[in-house]
Design a protein around this ligand. Structure first.
Ligand code: PBG
Length: 331
């Protein structure tokens, strides 16, 4: 008790504070999401995500190169096809935009970057839902077959890992089976295990053109009030063969990240989603927040809650601030 205990003793100088710092940021723990389109234009800005672009297959190495130079080594690709249909053919075509991008990056960089491919139907379907329809509802089991095909197409094109985000029941098992049958038993699965039906995906849907044409995703994504259910989702994905578990979004769901960390031993990822990025950007543009501090504090919070890895649109910028000493000023 006071006056014997004085916690301020270890807060006196920045070197003392650094010595007792419990959570440290490092770019090797970040994954940069990238949008790749089939458009001939090299890159087009995404208005709701300042500093981010839809890249073409040929211009993609440029951003990957920049990230690698800063120490960011993992990337997750999202495809924007030239045309969509009811069954999302572009998601699993051998020459779809994501397989083309993966082959391009593998030729350019060989083994160095860790390449992940998101596996979902919503960017490729005219209706913008994450599965295909039977009548007026998303047909879970018919969708599983297509997710498996997509995963194999990405593995063939050089993905190290696939990341199913459709929130179909059994998707991890279906993908594991499809990969193993196609002799890709070494390709890993990062499971979007607890993915909530969130307003924070808004800017992403702008970027990917994947806003549902009707209805919403509450029939397959999780309800924000539920935490126990997240642990069930996560346990099922472990049983189905996930290699890495993910919670998404990150900041509004730190309790879920923490609970997953306490109960599971597999590596845990969290996705700081587009809306989390854009709201910080918008506040900083107005001068209401200081961007490096906001990025430092939110990434630290996500790691502190228990995430081993963070998927973040700030990856390159944060790595820069870590390398040039900007973040040290906050320690
Ligand atoms: C595809 C998918 C989405 C995101 C990742 N994969 C959109 C959605 O579910 O509507 C969102 C990522 C972000 O907002 O940054 N299903």
């Amino acid at each position: 008790m006071f006056p014997v205990h004085r916690l301020r003793r270890l807060r006196r100088t920045s070197t003392l504070r650094s010595m007792v710092q419990e959570t440290r940021l490092h770019p090797s723990r970040w994954v940069l999401p990238l949008f790749v389109h089939e458009d001939p234009s090299p890159k087009t800005p995404i208005p709701s995500m300042p500093g981010h672009f839809r890249w073409s297959v040929d211009s993609l190495p440029e951003i990957v190169e920049t990230a690698l130079e800063r120490g960011v080594k993992a990337f997750i690709l999202f495809g924007i096809p030239a045309s969509k249909d009811d069954t999302g053919t572009g998601a699993y075509m051998e020459n779809g935009v994501v397989p083309l991008a993966l082959r391009r990056l593998r030729r350019y960089f060989d083994v160095q970057p860790v390449l992940l491919a998101d596996v979902c139907m919503c960017e490729y379907t005219t209706h913008g839902h994450c599965g295909i329809f039977d009548g007026d509802s998303v047909d879970n089991d018919a969708t599983l077959k297509l997710l498996g095909k997509a995963a194999v197409a990405y593995a063939e094109a050089g993905a190290d890992m696939v990341a199913p985000s459709a929130m179909m029941d059994g998707q991890v098992q279906a993908i594991r089976n499809a990969l193993d049958e196609a002799k890709f038993s070494n390709v890993a699965i990062m499971a979007y295990a607890a993915k909530y039906a969130s307003c924070f995906y808004g800017p992403f849907r702008d970027a990917a053109g994947s806003t549902p044409a009707f209805g919403d995703r509450r029939g397959y994504q999780m309800a924000p009030p539920n935490a126990q259910e997240a642990l069930t989702e996560i346990a099922l994905d472990v049983a189905e063969g996930a290699d890495i578990l993910m919670v998404k979004p990150a900041l509004p769901y730190l309790d879920i990240i923490h609970a997953a960390r306490k109960t599971m031993s597999l590596p845990l990822a969290a996705y700081q989603v587009s809306g989390e990025f854009s709201m910080i950007k918008a506040a900083c543009e107005k001068g209401w927040l200081e961007e490096p501090r906001a990025v430092y504090e939110t990434l630290t919070a996500i790691h502190r809650a228990g995430a081993d890895m963070v998927l973040t649109y700030f990856a390159i910028q944060a790595a820069q601030w870590l390398n040039d000493g900007t973040f040290d000023r906050f320690a």
